[in-house]
Design a protein around this ligand. Structure first.
Ligand SMILES: [Fe+2]
Length: 428
C-alpha cells in the first residue's frame, strides 16, 4: 500500500516536482481505478441529448468499468455497470440504441432499463429438472447501480455513496461556466474518438497547462486565437481539482488575423519563437458569431477526473477521457450547437470542429507530445518533471496571466489527496 508514502513520493510539498514513474507504474494505475475513478468523484459520461427519448441508451466507461446509461419512461436517467449479474458478460455491446430492456447475450438474462433482473430463461428447468432453486431472489441479482446526476444536460456518474451532490462538487464558478455553455437546448453535431498512447494524467496536465498552448500550437498563435499576449488567465475551484483556462477577446484584434499581429509577433520574436510559419487563404474559418455578449471566445475547462468542455470560437465541444491501461487513454469528443442555430451557424460550428480531434489543427499536437512523453519515460524511477511556471508555494486559484502551470499543481494536489499519498504539510 502507498499510505504514508507521500513524503517519499513527492520531492516538493508544493507539487512543483512530479515523479515520472507515476505515469508508467502498473500498481499506481490499479490503485487509481479504485481511489480515483471508483472514488468520491463525479465522472463525466456524456450529454443528455445523446439519450433524449424513453428507452434510449448509450454504453461507455467509468475508468475501465463498462457502464450503460438509459433514459427511463418518466424521463429520469439510470446508470448501471454493463456486466451481467450472472457470469459477468457484457450485457450491451452497442454504442447506442433504444430498447425496453437490457438482455445479456450469454444466457439471455434480462434486466429492466434500471438494472433490475426480470427474466431468466429456464428458471424452473426442463421437466422439473435443473433450473434455479426456489430460494433465488431476483432482487439480489440486478446490475450494479450507480448514482447519476446531470447538470445543465451534462451527465455524471459516481460509484461512491459519499460523493457530494454534483453542483457542490463542480463549485460555483464551474456551474456558472457550464450554465453559459449549455444555455439552451443543444443539438449534437457529431463525435470524434481517438486513442492516445500515453498515460491519462498527461492529458489532465496538458489541458491544465496554458503555458504550452501558444508555444506548441502554431495555429493558435499565428491566427491570434490564443497568444500569451492576449488577456486571459487560469482559474481553479476552491478544491483546486477543476480548472478553467481562458482567453479574453482582445478588442485590438477584432478581425481574424491572417498572418500575425505586430504586438504579439514582436513578443514571440523576442523569445526566439517563430509564430508565423503558415497563413490561411480561406479566413472564414476564423469567423466568430457572438451569442453570449461577453469577451470569452477560447477556453478549455477540466472537471476532475475526466471531463473537459471547451469553446473555440464557435466550436463547442466536450471531451470524455477514458483510461485504457497505464499507457493509453481514449478521448471522445462531442461537438454540439444549439437547437435554434440557423444553418449558417451550424455549418460554421462543424467547419471549426477541424480545430479539434485526432487530426485537429490544434489538438493534433497534444497527442503527439503525450505519446513522445510516454516513450521517453519508460522505467524511469528517479527523474521528475519541473512545474514552476507561475512560481512555487501556494497553489493560487486565480491568475491573470497565461505563463503559469499552477493548475497542473492543483491537479496533483487533488490526485495525491484521493490516492492517500499527500506529503506531510503538502499544499492544498
Ligand atoms: Fe494543447
Amino acid at each position: 500500500m502507498l499510505s504514508n508514502r507521500g513524503d517519499q513520493i513527492w520531492p516538493a510539498k508544493d507539487y512543483t516536482r512530479v515523479p515520472y514513474w507515476l505515469f508508467t507504474d502498473e500498481e499506481i494505475y490499479r490503485q487509481e481505478q479504485q481511489a480515483i475513478f471508483r472514488g468520491p468523484v463525479w465522472n463525466y459520461v456524456g450529454l443528455e441529448a445523446e439519450v433524449p427519448n424513453h428507452g434510449d441508451f448509450k454504453t461507455t466507461f467509468v475508468g475501465e468499468t463498462p457502464i450503460i446509461i438509459s433514459r427511463l419512461k418518466d424521463g429520469r436517467l439510470a446508470a448501471v455497470v454493463n456486466r451481467c449479474a450472472h457470469r459477468g458478460a457484457l450485457v450491451r455491446r452497442e454504442a447506442y440504441g433504444n430498447d425496453t430492456s437490457h438482455t445479456c447475450i450469454y444466457h439471455r438474462w434480462s434486466y429492466t432499463l434500471e438494472g433490475d433482473l426480470r427474466g431468466v430463461p429456464f428458471r424452473r428447468g426442463v421437466a422439473g429438472k435443473g433450473g434455479l432453486d426456489e430460494s433465488f431472489r431476483d432482487e439480489e441479482h440486478g446490475l450494479q447501480k450507480l448514482r447519476i446526476e446531470s447538470f445543465k444536460g451534462m451527465m455524471f456518474v459516481t460509484f461512491s455513496p459519499n460523493t457530494e451532490p454534483l453542483p457542490e462538487y463542480l463549485g460555483e464558478e464551474q456551474c456558472e461556466q457550464i450554465a453559459r455553455l449549455m444555455c439552451k437546448p443543444v443539438k449534437i453535431l457529431g463525435f470524434q474518438r481517438q486513442i492516445i498512447h500515453g498515460n491519462w494524467k498527461f492529458y489532465q496536465e496538458n489541458l491544465r497547462d496554458t503555458y504550452h498552448a501558444s508555444l506548441l500550437h502554431s495555429f493558435f498563435v499565428t491566427f491570434g486565437l490564443d497568444r500569451v499576449t492576449n488577456p486571459g488567465g487560469t482559474m481553479l475551484d476552491p478544491s483546486k481539482r477543476h480548472s478553467f483556462l481562458h482567453n479574453r477577446h482582445d478588442p485590438s484584434n477584432s478581425k481574424p488575423v491572417v498572418h500575425g499581429g505586430a504586438e504579439s509577433s514582436n513578443a514571440y520574436a523576442s523569445q526566439g519563437v517563430t509564430a508565423e510559419r503558415v497563413r490561411l487563404e480561406e479566413t472564414s474559418f476564423l469567423q466568430y458569431r457572438d451569442q453570449y455578449h461577453d469577451d470569452l471566445r477560447v477556453y478549455i475547462a477540466c472537471i476532475f477526473p475526466n471531463a473537459h468542455y471547451q469553446q473555440m470560437n464557435n466550436c463547442l465541444n466536450t471531451r470524455q477521457m477514458i483510461p485504457r491501461g497505464p499507457s493509453a487513454f481514449e478521448v471522445v469528443w462531442t461537438v454540439f450547437g444549439y437547437e435554434d442555430d440557423d444553418e449558417e451557424l451550424a455549418d460554421l460550428r462543424k467547419h471549426q470542429a477541424n480545430f479539434i480531434g485526432p487530426a485537429g489543427l490544434v489538438s493534433m499536437e497534444d497527442a503527439e507530445v503525450i505519446e513522445s512523453l510516454q516513450s521517453t519515460l519508460k522505467y524511469e524511477y528517479e527523474a521528475c518533471a519541473v512545474v514552476e511556471m507561475g512560481g512555487r508555494g501556494a497553489i493560487t486559484t486565480h491568475n491573470d496571466n497565461k505563463v503559469n502551470e499552477i493548475p497542473v499543481r492543483g491537479f496533483w494536489s487533488s490526485y495525491a489527496q484521493l490516492m492517500g499519498i499527500e506529503p506531510t504539510g503538502g499544499e492544498r
